[in-house]
Design a binder for this molecule. Sequence first.
Ligand SMILES: *[C@@H]1O[C@H](CO)[C@@H](O)[C@H](O)[C@H]1NC(C)=O
Ligand SMILES: *[C@@H]1O[C@H](CO)[C@@H](O)[C@H](O)[C@H]1NC(C)=O
Ligand SMILES: *[C@@H]1O[C@H](CO)[C@@H](O)[C@H](O)[C@H]1NC(C)=O
Ligand SMILES: *[C@@H]1O[C@H](CO)[C@@H](O)[C@H](O)[C@H]1NC(C)=O
Ligand SMILES: *[C@@H]1O[C@H](CO)[C@@H](O)[C@H](O)[C@H]1NC(C)=O
Ligand SMILES: *[C@@H]1O[C@H](CO)[C@@H](O)[C@H](O)[C@H]1NC(C)=O
Length: 611
Amino acid sequence: MRSFSLWVPIAFAAVVFAVPAKDCAHKVKERVPPPRGWTKSAPAPADHIIELRIALPQPKFSELEQHLYEVSDPFGTRYGQHLSKEEVESLIAPEPESIHLVNEWLASHGLIEENLSRSPAKDWVIVKVPVSLAEEMLKTEYHVWTHDASGDAVVRTTAYSIPEHLDDHVELIQPTTSFSRFRNLKTSFRINDAQEKSALIPADAPPISVPSASGGHVDASCNQTITITCLLELYNAVGFKASAHNGNQIGITGYLEQFANKHDLQLFYADQRPDALNSSFKTILINGGENNQTLSEAGAEANLDTQFAYGLTFPTPGTFFSTGGRPPFKPDTLTPSDTNEPYSEWLDFVLAQKTLPQTISTSYADDEQTVPVSFAKRVCNGFAQLGARGVSLMFSSGDGGVGDGEEDPALQQCFTNDGRNVTRFVLSVPRVPFVTAVGGTIHIPETAVFFSGGGFSDVFPRPAYQELAVSKFLDTLAPGTYKGLFNPNGRAIPDVAAQADLFRIFLSGRPVSIGGTSAAAPTFSGIVSLLNSARLSKGLPPLGFLNPLIYTIHALEASAFNDITVGNNPGCGTPGFNATKGWDPVTGVGTPNFGKLKDIVTLDLLHIPGL
Ligand SMILES: *[C@@H]1O[C@H](CO)[C@@H](O)[C@H](O)[C@H]1NC(C)=O
Ligand SMILES: *[C@@H]1O[C@H](CO)[C@@H](O)[C@H](O)[C@H]1NC(C)=O
Ligand SMILES: *[C@@H]1O[C@H](CO)[C@@H](O)[C@H](O)[C@H]1NC(C)=O
Ligand SMILES: *[C@@H]1O[C@H](CO)[C@@H](O)[C@H](O)[C@H]1NC(C)=O
Ligand SMILES: *[C@@H]1O[C@H](CO)[C@@H](O)[C@H](O)[C@H]1NC(C)=O
Ligand SMILES: *[C@@H]1O[C@H](CO)[C@@H](O)[C@H](O)[C@H]1NC(C)=O
């Protein structure tokens, strides 16, 4: 039954092969070259349980995408008229025939409705099965694969097949060929040097004036220690009062057993936001996510994200989503499940909710080339559904400059993963067109921080909303620059930027200085949430999917963003790209000027002078 791998040509998936008569003919659905940086070891134990996610095609997805762009186009007549949960689901639903045929196939392997769970739109079927059954269903063989650099292990295969008659009714099945490694994006994590740092600046140093606000300034200490006050001043948001009661909410996602500690939050508030003392946030546990409030278990990433996002937006109600499940498992301890990259678990949960926070920030990523294209697209479609429902999604742009986010240059893997082994810039997520990617700055006046992730997707083509801004940048590159290292026609990131280093947070009871585009995403999200608060208080709908608005404002009212023109983002042994006038693949269109953005988004967008 497994002999097919010996003779099916490697390059193309669409090959039918002979099978014993009692089986129906199978067809290879997906085949990947052995992933670079991983070593195949023993066959997976037959009784190891895996959770198969089966994607049924979404034949009306392009209609959903059209709705998404219509309700997100600030010049469109439908701007802000977001879709309901039910409307989105009807545009995502598979054909009844697909559901029927897949059910029939599952039933032939003894899997009945009781064994299955389904996403709200029924476009995903999820079933826990032992490896032995998965191998039979997919005519494949699972192995334990070990990640060379970290020692992490996963149960995966490099090819799988499904019955031929299901080819048009199943888009993909995972975990099979996905070798992604999910990680959070904090880079420069330094315990307890917070006091030393601020001591470097004399107490009587004059304030630094900032270009964004007329006559605005920040305290001199902000050049070495970023606090809530620094950000409110720098981004021209001092004095704005968010509402606790207009329905506005902000959400932070947490993965990888990161817990946001409530005691640390109070210490942070006492330090930086005394009026928020005693306020807290709601934690939602997803897919076995945990919430261990023991002080020593506090997560640096989760504390950073929540302290700054909630601190910037107080008294806006905050939610922390703690999603469990991560791909690698320890082959010796045989954990009971070996899940997919956890974005899909989170999406299953939030898409099933009637009401959602209007602004959600994520500071976790995996590398683009480690996620199969089919899977990346489906996860991306999940983000589009949230956008259509009026949710703004912010993601950190990555901490490896144009490289893969490995801090140690010796570990950087600047090669394609397609078997050709050619040198290539690599991107972390999110190069997805339907989310807003946030790059990083440092110091005041702001310059690009060296680790700010940026570049061009090999998977997603450049969306229309950024065509003008990105092609202007490409025109500034000397002919032949980095030829072959990036795809000039790809979705370009980041879209925007915010401060990303020297943040003062509290962790396990102590002040800590921390950095990464991990810090930039909750910061930019905080500003977006304040904009949403201003809109909701005026009876206007939330901003939803931001990118068409961001690039429109940038084209017509560029001063609503602080253009970053100094710095670059080295990686893969190159100096990376330069921050330039206008959009660039280091800091996007720049950092936000809240005051100006608020004026724009709380007026009737169609009648702003100049817009
Ligand atoms: C499917 O559900 C049935 C009935 O609850 C159960 O007996 C069977 O063990 C389940 N199969 C699997 C693979 O979990
Ligand atoms: C902030 O710090 C940077 C880096 O040390 C320095 O170049 C810059 O001049 C400082 N800004 C001010 C206003 O002193
Ligand atoms: C927080 O609670 C403490 C103890 O109940 C109280 O003394 C303090 O005034 C409260 N602070 C705020 C800002 O509400
Ligand atoms: C929380 O973490 C502490 C310290 O690591 C541990 O002793 C405790 O068992 C954990 N609690 C739960 C509910 O997991
Ligand atoms: C790919 O190329 C790099 C650099 O030339 C080399 O170090 C590595 O061994 C190659 N890997 C494979 C699998 O050919
Ligand atoms: C970045 O700017 C430097 C200095 O102007 C220039 O030499 C270099 O070619 C630029 N790099 C790119 C990728 O454009």
